[in-house]
Design a binder for this molecule. Structure first.
Ligand code: FRU
Length: 495
């Protein structure tokens, strides 16, 4: 039974999505058909199709009381829009259906687990906020909230856990039972990821604290995901209020990947590695699905919370995009990510060029331009000569463009999107160290409003939104010193 609030959201979608000019939308990155989106939710395989939900305010390009928007796909690239799945229509979620996850139950139902937010004005004038985990069962289109909601609340928390910051359950089945991880805040005010266990997904008990910040790594920890991969255990999470945690990590809302094993005594994750998940400016709240063929596929919100108040001029009808889904691997103890292989089937004719030499010059290559493409580059200093800096300019016109600099002596890559449609007052530049002894390999996915960069076959990824006008399609290569360049460029084709 659909509530008035859900009907209103669905009617709004029906009346407004068809009117959005497709030329304003990303070509292959997912956004809301209208309104605002943030975190991906409920990424799951249900009856042979991948369903994905997202934090959603259909009515405006700003965050407001959260709904769940809904799409599905078979190939991770072409998404079919479905009507909004959840609206904040019960007392226990009246202030928002926050992030969560989904799975197919053994009896063929699609189970969503999300955080219901409820704020109450207390007699003393203060506001009490409760975040509790709730369920909804459905058929891949319509969902009924479970009458016993909420199913997991503050009473299950270990001593001193926060009832206000308790959110974003990631659910999975293992053996005969269910597990979920959720973000919480410890008595020291900083974040933790807690593990809960249930025989039936309805009754939950606390099992262990998988990891905690101890005020060392930001404050609240949001949107955890936890899974085995290549013989290790991987915990993805999104810490808030990170400050000065070394050059690898961006301040503010950032992302963290912990790789290790489960300690059989404490149930905690041993930490063999701590790394950012993405080295760009716009990446948050990733969530994964285990694909039918065994791949672990991740998608994330391609946006930085700290810059959500800035809008492109002229305005776009949507706000918030998701990354291209990425295949994850653990190799040499590190997280590797590559765009889903399905993307290769969208490649048009190739432009290839090997051993192009550049000496203190800027070049354009015939056939290499555009704003919807898959570009592979290998950059090497020429033997016996020096390469001080190599610059790739994308979305180029006149002196404008997004610049990617590679400085071999420093082993750094810097991406600078200044002048690409976002104000100078926000963070537009990001540098990170790369491994490049003999050559640096880059893969760039460019879309109307974004760039995703993959370094050295997925050893690092970096995501950026950009709002440069679409007429800016130039691509330039500049060497300060001498460089050899191999290049492979494909337009990406979508109907
Ligand atoms: C992360 C987050 C989640 C929360 C949701 C609300 O971006 O803050 O913790 O569930 O967004 O929209």
């Amino acid at each position: 039974m659909n509530s008035e609030l859900l009907r209103r959201a669905r009617d709004y979608e029906r009346d407004h999505i068809p009117a959005v000019p497709p030329a304003l939308l990303p070509r292959y990155h997912l956004c809301g058909g209208v309104g605002w989106i943030n975190d991906p939710n409920g990424f799951s395989l249900y009856k042979g199709e991948y369903h994905l939900f997202f934090q959603y305010n259909p009515y405006d390009v700003r965050w407001d009381t959260m709904h769940w928007g809904h799409v599905k796909t078979r190939d991770f690239l072409r998404w079919e829009r479905l009507p909004a799945a959840l609206a904040p229509d019960r007392d226990y979620d009246r202030d928002g259906c926050f992030s969560g996850s989904a799975l197919e139950t053994p009896d063929g139902r699609h189970l969503l687990m999300y955080t219901g937010v409820q704020k109450t004005l207390l007699p003393d004038g203060t506001v009490e906020e409760l975040q509790r985990q709730c369920l909804a069962f459905g058929d891949g289109r319509d969902y009924e909230k479970y009458p016993g909601n909420p199913v997991l609340d503050g009473s299950a928390l270990p001593p001193g856990g926060s009832r206000k910051d308790f959110r974003d359950p990631k659910l999975w089945r293992e053996g005969d039972g269910y597990f979920c991880v959720a973000g919480n805040r410890c008595p020291d005010g900083s974040g933790a990821v807690l593990l809960f266990q249930s025989p039936d997904a309805l009754h939950w008990r606390y099992a262990a604290t998988l990891a905690a910040s101890g005020n060392r790594f930001g404050r609240m920890w949001e949107c955890p995901d936890f899974f085995p991969l290549d013989g290790k255990r991987v915990l993805l999470l999104s810490p808030q209020e990170v400050r000065d945690h070394g050059p690898e990590f961006i301040d503010g809302n950032t992302t963290l990947c912990l790789i290790g094993e489960l300690d059989p005594e404490s149930g905690a994750l041993t930490r063999e590695r701590e790394q950012p998940i993405d080295y760009g400016l716009d990446f948050y709240a990733p969530q994964t699905v285990l694909a039918a063929d065994g791949r672990r596929v991740m998608i994330a919100w391609m946006q930085y919370w700290n810059s959500v108040d800035y809008r492109p001029e002229p305005p776009l009808p949507f706000f918030g995009q998701l990354t291209v889904p990425r295949e994850l691997r653990v190799r040499d103890g590190k997280l590797y990510q590559t765009p889903v292989r399905e993307l290769e089937s969208r490649r048009g004719a190739a432009v290839r060029c090997a051993g192009l030499t550049l000496r203190d010059e800027t070049r354009q290559v015939p056939g290499v331009s555009g704003r919807c493409l898959d570009l592979l580059l290998t950059i090497r200093p020429l033997p016996g000569e020096t390469l001080r800096r190599f610059t790739l300019t994308l979305a180029a016109a006149d002196e404008h463009g997004l610049r990617l600099h590679y400085e071999p002596d420093e082993n750094t890559v810097t991406v600078d999107r200044s002048g690409c449609g976002l104000p100078d007052s926000i963070l537009n530049r990001r540098s990170f160290a790369v491994n490049a002894d003999a050559a640096l390999r880059l893969r760039l996915l460019l879309d109307r409003w974004s760039l995703e960069l993959f370094v050295n076959d997925g050893e690092q990824a970096a995501s950026f939104v950009l709002y440069a006008p679409q007429e800016r399609t130039g691509i330039r290569f500049t060497a300060e010193g001498a460089a050899a360049l191999d290049l492979e460029k494909y337009d990406l084709e979508f109907d």
